[in-house]
Design a protein around this ligand. Sequence first.
Ligand code: GLU
Length: 427
Amino acid sequence: MRRHRIEHRGNPEYYTPIYEMALSQFEAAADKLSLDPNLRKRFTNPKRAIMVNIPIRMDDQSVEVFHGYRVHHDTTLGPSKGGIRFHPDVSLGEVSALAMWMTWKCALMGLPFGGAKGGVRCDPLALSRNELQRLTRRYTAEMIQFIGPDIDVPAPDIGTNEQIMAWMMDTYSQFKGYSIPEIVTGKPISIGGSLGRVEATGRGVVYCILEAMSHLNMKPDGKTVVIQGFGNVGSHTAQILSEKGCKIIAVSDVHCGLYQPNGLDITALRAHVSRHQYLKGYTEASEISNPELLELPCDVLVPAALSEQITNDNADRISCKILAEAANGPTTPTADQILKDRGIFIIPDILANAGGVTVSYFEWVQGLQHFFWKEMEINERLREIVSMTFNNVLKTAISEKVDMRLAAMMLAIRKITESNLARGLFP
Ligand code: GLU
């Protein structure tokens, strides 16, 4: 029985709790679609996975070796696409799960990309700027065969940013002998980045929340919002939602949570963070812990940090009407079922946070054409794609009598399946 299960579910080397999570979401959709068993086997594991040892000279002249990964889950629809994560928990299983989610996300949004993800197991906050630069450049050099504008296009994720993308672009260009900005997205505007890319993920989260509110007959004005995480995604989501009239009553970062029942002043809070790096020390709110924050009664809860935050342990105490998954994989499958039974409306990660990769697509297209768009045009095209996809997912959820996650997965898998069957099997 066990033997059969492992054979059926592919290579156990990828298996970690988060990979199991991605796989069980895929299997639920594959069952519902009665997916061709050959394709089911192919999608169960990544197309390829690269693991590298990255030796770096530290500032004290010692040499440290870091572990780096890049996983291409599927490339049926085009070059693979996905971020690079610098975090102490990065592993092959985690990167593979995130790569699989990228495959579904790109397909769902109608982007001509396959899914990938990369990462280095490190604590970027503990590295100096020079160490970080050497690590980024050596990681890029080790990956040189596996990335490229027509092969695989990296972007930022947790622990990486515009500067890291600029170093990656420069390293790749040095190897090739000329400037190739379209090797990465999420790079600075000065070297070919796109207007609106930094805010794009937050903007996409907001467009999804507004669509969900309109479906549930709620008006944004005065609605209470709790956001876990105040990095790029969390802080822009907070800023844009507060501009739409919502009341952001709590936010958090790695060190603490802040609670203000009358609504936080997000502009002041962002100014505080740009001065002090963290939320700690902001005086216009009371401190709460991250677990307390997740359980605060609110209209909208936005987990915008790490995966596996809403689990069997806290799902029955989550007290929101809409859960917008800005992070990748914040809800475990058991928690998902509990929230569903309790009538919470979930906007699944592959839809909620897809604004980032959508504007990455715009950035890649602008780079390939050497023709750059206005910010208004970018935001408008993003809104159009996100709203249209949200409503397609909602329509499928209603007609197939499934939840939003299953509906989104079904649409994504259907799309790749169609292209895969058209292309056939080589050789
Ligand atoms: N890391 C982001 C994500 O998880 C963005 C990926 C991209 O822009 O390629 O969707």
